[in-house]
Design a protein around this ligand. Structure first.
Ligand code: FAD
Length: 310
């Protein structure tokens, strides 16, 4: 995620919000949209685009998620010290949209990709009902470091590549884009009925890929600004200053399964000559590993597994 500010400023960007489910709607075979609301959400300030937050869920049979919110900055150590079967399930999700209500309150839509009952978040989302209680660690200011999509000045083409877990972020990015950029979006969903209508002011093309493991092949075959249209896509930028400039006006945002994202980034930097500083990438999940496993890995490697400003 892109950083904005010192450690103290970052800590001020996030806080806990209590919320409850106020609605649930299936968008297709894979996606369910959960609306969250309640007075506890007052002050939540989504920055739009790929705004993410940490979601804390109860285990089956619990009334509410168990989390030592009162521990303040030490909440993460307190949470880790609790038994795994008791402490809240902690997962990362994206704000698909935030609504301001006439009474001054606010509601969030969060789109969950369902992948069966192996994941507690997927399991929860499939059964969520109005009144179900959750906690969020999310933004208290719109300009916060959990917004990663930040195209540099001079960007003319945005390349968006996402699987179904990153579809909510890609959709919100498309909504946010101004009319003077061109977008090339590659969006993968498991079923044709998962395809959504995604409004944007940007010109360009959205390509839907139905199935799994299709994103790398599609991007490899794509013509990017600076390519010789009839030429070899893996030959990097075609000769000439104009082509280089066109390539340098591309900004790529890649999110989804971690192995796929890694392969996409390697291709774009190594074979297509994109400047690595013009690529924002994020593994949203990894095949065969729960978010819990990924957090343990991060803790072992860096001593920190907390998310969202903790
Ligand atoms: C910044 C960020 C934003 C995200 N935003 C969203 C969002 O808005 N919507 C959304 O749906 N997801 C989003 N994700 C991804 C989501 O956090 C993961 O898919 C998460 O693993 C789901 O938790 P779980 O409890 O269902 O499964 P886990 O307990 O974490 O995993 C259980 C098993 O399921 C597998 N698995 C996890 N996700 C999938 C999947 N989608 N398809 C197939 N197998 C899977 C894992 O590899 C593991 O084997 C986001 C992730 C990040 C990092």
């Amino acid at each position: 995620m892109t950083g904005t500010g010192s450690a103290a400023a970052v800590a001020e960007q996030f806080r806990f919000f209590a919320a409850e489910v106020v609605g649930s709607r299936r968008l297709g075979p894979t996606m369910v949209r959960i609306a969250l609301g309640g007075a506890g959400l007052d002050g939540f300030a989504s920055g739009g685009r790929d705004q993410s937050f940490s979601l804390f869920l109860p285990h089956p049979g619990q009334e509410e998620p168990v989390l030592p919110v009162e521990a303040g900055a030490d909440w993460f150590a307190g949470w880790r010290a609790l038994d795994e079967s008791v402490r809240a399930v902690m997962r990362s999700y994206t704000v698909r949209s935030q609504r301001r209500l006439p009474d001054g309150g606010t509601e969030l839509d969060v789109d969950f990709a369902l992948h069966g009952d192996t994941g507690p978040a997927s399991r929860w989302a499939a059964r969520a009902e109005p009144g179900d209680r959750v906690l969020l660690l999310g933004p208290a200011v719109e300009d916060n470091r959990s917004v990663g999509f930040r195209p540099p000045a001079g960007t003319r083409t945005v390349l968006l590549v996402a699987d179904e877990t990153a579809l909510p972020a890609a959709a919100a990015i498309l909504e946010w884009l101004p009319a003077d950029v061109t977008v090339q979006a590659f969006l993968q969903v498991p079923h044709a009925e998962d395809i959504q209508d995604l409004p944007t002011r940007a010109v360009g093309e959205t390509r839907w890929l139905v199935g799994t493991d299709l994103l790398v092949g599609a991007v490899r075959a794509a013509t990017l600004p600076g390519d010789d249209d009839g030429g070899d896509k893996e030959g990097g930028v075609k000769d000439g200053g104009d082509a280089r400039q066109a390539r340098d006006e591309v900004y790529a945002w890649l999110a989804g399964e971690a192995g796929t994202v890694r392969a996409l980034r390697r291709h774009l930097v190594g074979e297509r000559g994109l400047d690595r500083r013009r690529i924002e990438f994020s593994g949203y999940w990894r095949r065969g590993a729960s978010e819990e496993d990924l957090r343990s890995e991060a803790l072992a490697a860096h001593g920190s597994g907390a998310t969202e400003g903790a």
